[in-house]
Ligand binder design. Structure first.
Ligand code: AMP
Length: 288
């Protein structure tokens, strides 16, 4: 039976109980509206640890004033069923007031990396993410933290925080799970109307087409951004491309020349829905 814990102090006591028994805890933080992407992280955490803890917490501090906090999907009953069906050991389901009591005033910001890519379009977002992840890590005290590469910048920022603050947890990056047509799974995909859902497939098509061109050395680095935008804008329902280019996967700076490992990343809006995706492209020699 899956245990549901709602109080941070009880979560800590429970974790401490297992840690003193030398049990390894794997932890998967989520905002709920669970899909196969989330569940793949939970399965992996289950495989690699003695117990898996999943948190569902819709963190208000990572949403801007004009963002989708109020209409973010909250299918808690079906989330619980999904987690039970894959033998999750503990669901940590805290109330907002337990995470942010009225006198709360401490924030964690990872500088530099938080200003790149999504940063300018979502002011304060990554500070909200790092603050809540740090708090959750202090409550769950896991050996391993499972994060999706779908949110590549988030993964990189959390890695930096864990290193900079000496947080004793191992980060396990997990590959992006996609729908059959390549669209990266996301709780926000449910916002897409059927025509928008169809046009969203251009994101994966563009990323995979360019990845292949790069690997086959058929496109110079300085042409990647232009080609990417051209392909995306070919799709009439895509109104706003926030960024789309090739980046250094460690610094998130845009690249003029290929590195051995490169990051193709994109954020755009279809109607009111903001979608992000990325692909890591490794090349053997960097002569293109
Ligand atoms: P969220 O609920 O959106 O905060 O996501 C919780 C975790 O699931 C994060 O580590 C995400 O990167 C990860 N995740 C979200 N979508 C996917 C996906 N399609 N494939 C793999 N991991 C994902």
């Amino acid at each position: 039976m899956m245990e549901i814990i709602r109080i941070p102090r009880i979560m800590q006591e429970t974790s401490r109980h297992y840690i003193t028994k030398s049990k390894k805890l794997g932890f998967v933080p989520t905002m709920g509206a669970l899909h196969e992407g989330h569940l793949s992280l939970v399965r992996r955490a289950k495989d690699e640890n003695d117990l898996v803890v999943v948190s569902i917490f819709l963190n208000p501090k990572q949403f801007g004033a004009n963002e989708d906090l109020s209409y973010y999907p909250k299918p808690i009953e079906s989330d619980i069923e999904k987690l039970q069906s894959i033998n999750t050991d503990i669901l940590f389901l805290p109330e907002t007031s337990f995470i942010y009591p009225t006198n709360f005033c401490t924030y964690i910001t990872v500088q530099n990396l938080s200003d790149k890519l999504c940063g300018p379009f979502r002011p304060g977002h990554f500070t909200g993410v790092t603050t809540v992840v740090c708090k959750l890590l202090n409550m769950v005290m896991p050996s391993r933290l499972y994060l999706g590469q779908k949110d590549y910048q988030q993964l990189l920022i959390i890695k930096r925080m864990v290193e900079d603050l000496n947080i004793p947890v191992e980060i396990i990056p997990c590959r992006t799970i996609r729908e059959k047509d390549g669209l990266a799974m996301s709780s926000r995909n449910s916002y897409l109307k059927s025509k928008e859902r169809l046009s969203a497939t251009v994101i994966y098509k563009t990323l995979s087409y360019l990845s292949n061109l790069i690997v086959e050395k058929k496109i110079p680095c300085h042409e990647v951004k232009g080609k990417m935008k051209e392909m995306l804008l070919n799709e009439p329902l895509i109104e706003e491309i926030q960024y789309a280019s090739i980046y250094d996967p460690e610094t998130l700076d845009e690249l003029d020349n290929y590195k051995k490992v490169n990051l193709l990343a994109v954020a755009l809006k279809i109607g009111n829905t903001r979608l992000i995706d990325n692909m890591i492209v490794e090349i053997n020699s960097v002569v293109v």
